[in-house]
Ligand binder design. Structure first.
Ligand code: MN
Length: 361
């Protein structure tokens, strides 16, 4: 074994792990080993493993599940990814690299072990229910606030920028080989959940991981192009409609944007094409809280996402609508048509913002 660069061990081309001991900001190593142990034990004892994540998967969900699945297959496990929904087109170069299965309602999924990534709780799996998994044990690996540790083994780190980070740290601790598609998946998870390494959840450790992936030969520019420069025409038409719907509230401190379920139909798009849109209302000068919402198919329910600046806890607001998430990015689904939902949510947001402002003075 030799030291090839300052942050990792290799044996030949085989990545063996981080030299986390020499960098203070990366000091979680001994703690990681302890957290990883019961997870590794369950994985060691399983032959068939299902890796799953939340419905309407985003870049981190696809990236982390595909990466972990590819790594598990590399170490000889019969692993596959299961998700309530297909991967959005821009992530299909990842999902097609491993067995990726969208189960029918009620379909039994047979495995020795199930690993749930990037999901606050099991309701995030959408129409895929616990009873459908035949495995006795679940492993819970997540970075969302409020995760109740629902697994037989749990790795919940709300300081991790992405679920993909936890997969990387697990692979490092377990000294598992990381194939290229897993590197691509993990990098995609880091890049998308940190807003291309710009949100506050981007930490020195995040950039060290990304640097490590570049060291290993990851073509990060090609990956970025595949994910961000690969939009179908309909997605830009949808974006134009979304921008046309922008409204300011509370003297510009709140900005909202809304897409109708019929907008999806008319632009031949779907909710999977909205991942980048939530950042639009937040980009407006003076906005403290950005609200993006869209009508779900059928027009009776509305998906809401909140984006806040540093000092406002968007998750608290999302919880008023039985939602959850992070401080700066949270969401909920409400059982109201779009127009009613918009009025209700904006009224609550105005009240919330005024209350939050008062309490800090
Ligand atoms: Mn995530």
């Amino acid at each position: 074994m030799r030291l090839r660069n300052r942050s990792a061990f290799y044996e030949g081309d085989r990545f063996l792990g981080h030299r986390t001991d020499r960098t203070p900001s990366h000091s979680g190593r001994s703690e990681d080993a302890e957290t990883a142990r019961p997870i590794q034990k369950l994985i060691d004892g399983a032959k068939t493993i299902i890796v799953t994540g939340h419905e309407r998967p985003d870049g981190d969900c696809i990236g982390s599940t595909v990466a972990l699945c590819a790594i598990l297959r590399e170490i000889g496990k019969d692993a596959r990814v299961v998700n309530a929904d297909a991967a959005p087109t821009r992530y299909q170069f990842l999902s097609t690299a491993v067995p990726y299965h969208v189960p029918a309602d009620g379909e039994k999924m047979v495995s020795d072990l199930t690993i749930v990534l990037d999901s606050t709780d099991l309701s995030r799996l959408g129409r895929v229910k616990r009873e459908q998994f035949t495995s006795e044990n679940l492993i819970d690996m997540d970075h969302h606030l409020g995760n109740p540790h629902f697994g037989a083994a749990n790795w919940v780190d709300t300081k991790a920028c992405a679920a993909a980070e936890l997969v990387w740290r697990l692979a490092s601790i377990c000294k598992w080989p990381v194939p290229m598609v897993a590197l691509q998946g993990m990098y995609a998870g880091l890049m998308t959940d940190t807003g291309q390494f710009s949100y506050g959840n981007t930490r020195p450790r995040t950039l060290r991981m990304a640097a490590e992936m570049m060291d290993r030969g990851l073509d990060f520019e090609k990956l970025w192009q595949r994910i961000y420069l690969n939009k179908p025409w309909g997605e830009l038409q949808l974006e134009a409609r979304a921008r046309a719907s922008l409204q300011a509230h509370l003297g510009g401190r709140i900005c909202s944007m809304a897409i109708r379920d019929t907008d999806f139909v008319e632009t031949k798009t779907g909710p999977q094409h909205t991942e980048d849109l939530a950042s639009i209302p937040r980009s407006v000068e003076g906005v403290e809280l950005a609200i993006f919402m869209y009508g779900l198919p059928g027009g009776k329910r509305t998906k809401i996402s909140f984006r806040s600046t540093q000092d406002l806890d968007a998750r608290q607001l999302a919880q008023q609508f039985n939602g959850g998430g992070h401080r700066q990015a949270a969401g909920a689904t409400v059982e109201l048509p779009l127009d009613e939902a918009r009025a209700t949510v904006i009224a609550a947001a105005e009240k919330f913002l005024l209350g939050a402002t008062k309490s800090t003075h």
